[in-house]
Design a protein around this ligand. Structure first.
Ligand SMILES: Nc1nc2c(ncn2[C@@H]2O[C@H](COP(=O)(O)OP(=O)(O)O)[C@@H](O)[C@H]2O)c(=O)[nH]1
Ligand SMILES: [Mg+2]
Length: 346
């Protein structure tokens, strides 16, 4: 049923360009008729998807920790050294790992613990603590209007994330518009158009090679004219050098601040979990270049490097807000620290 819905909508594709921005091209009733979604995943379904996505990370962290704990009779320095190695290898990052181990040691002392088996719970507690110390893991998209700017280097999953987000927002009853701000390659625009079809939301796009800031400008005007709840903007991920990146992004940010100052703004940096510590480096670079309000960690499925979520959050103090657990339209989840820790410790 969902497949035929795709096909049907492909034919009715409704791409807007500059000339028709201010015209009402959407027939509201038609949209109502088209409301047809895949079944909303249940909470249990989401958790089981997260759990299966994190299977390799669990193998890389928890299973190894369990093996180590089994081989020790008492808590000693050597045990901590082995645990440290596991965490570093699992891309938790040196800085964060050292902090975790120190905190666990302190707690062992404080609570006068002697059983090796107590370490498992202490680790779980510590990971949860690190993941919950940032302010807010929830997306900041209310009240309407909101604008979501999606930034990150090529290939990390920006376009895919935008498609998944658009679908989700629309399913939540919001009026969504996408702006194809990655004008560097024609294929990037086409790919986003494809996702806008799947999500059944409208898209503002210009030709390949045009000014990204101009696309965002037009997106904002269209969003205003149509009373859009959420405008989601793609951006190019070319990373020649930091200066280029800063210039391009700053131009976009200036347009947003000038033209859409009343909108709630969310700047999401997308990083690819499979790249491990590289994701942390990218996040540091982008954080210097612009005001990131949240991180999307994609491709958690199929990588053992899921520990990077700890490094990203504790070293950058920017909340991870969403995680990608697959390529499907429903495979984007709100990041929930407790669920994450439970998924790898269960
Ligand atoms: N397995 C998996 N693949 C993903 C996920 N997110 C994105 N991808 C894939 O990563 C590739 C690059 O994604 P794309 O959105 O084009 O990246 P962009 O260059 O940043 O826009 C595509 O093949 C996506 O299907 C995810 O959460 N899990
Ligand atoms: Mg893209």
């Amino acid at each position: 049923m969902f497949k035929s819905f795709f096909k049907k909508n492909k034919k009715e594709k409704n791409i807007i360009n500059e000339e028709v921005i201010n015209e009402e091209v959407i027939d509201e009733e038609e949209i109502q008729e088209k409301e047809d979604f895949e079944e909303t995943p249940s909470k249990a379904g989401l958790f089981s998807k997260l759990k299966s996505g994190l299977e390799k990370t669990k193998k890389g962290i928890t299973d190894k920790v369990d093996n180590i704990l089994k081989s020790y009779r008492k808590i000693d320095e050597e045990l901590f050294e082995e645990l440290e190695e596991v965490l570093i290898t699992a891309d938790v990052g040196v800085e964060t790992t050292l902090r975790i181990i120190e905190d666990v040691k302190d707690k062992v002392k404080e609570r006068k613990l002697t059983e090796v088996s107590d370490i498992r719970n202490l680790l779980k507690e510590e990971l949860t603590e690190i993941l919950t110390e940032v302010e807010e893991n929830e997306l900041n998209i209310t009240p309407s209007p909101a604008i979501v700017l999606v930034v990150g280097v090529n290939g990390v999953g920006k376009t895919t994330t935008i498609g998944k987000l658009a679908y989700r927002f629309r399913r939540e009853g919001k009026k969504v518009l996408i702006a194809a701000g990655d004008t560097f390659r024609a294929a990037a625009i086409e790919q986003l158009e494809e996702w806008s079809n799947r999500a059944n939301v409208d898209i503002i796009s210009h030709n390949e090679g045009s000014d990204p800031a101009a696309v965002i400008f037009d997106g904002i005007q269209a969003a205003k004219a149509r009373n859009t709840d959420i405008l989601i903007c793609d951006t190019a991920g070319r990373l020649h050098n930091k200066k280029n990146l800063m210039n391009e992004l700053n131009k976009i940010f200036r347009i947003v601040d000038r033209e859409y100052s009343n909108a709630v703004k969310e700047v999401l940096l997308v990083v690819d979990a499979t790249t491990g510590q590289n994701a942390v480096l990218q996040a540091k670079l982008f954080k210097e270049a612009c005001d990131i309000s949240g991180i999307v960690l994609t491709k958690l499925d199929g990588t053992a490097k899921g520990g990077v979520v700890l490094a990203v959050q504790s070293e950058l103090k920017v909340p991870v807000k969403l995680v990608g657990v697959g390529e499907g339209i429903n495979d984007l989840q709100d990041f929930n620290p407790e669920d994450f820790v439970n998924a790898i410790f269960e």
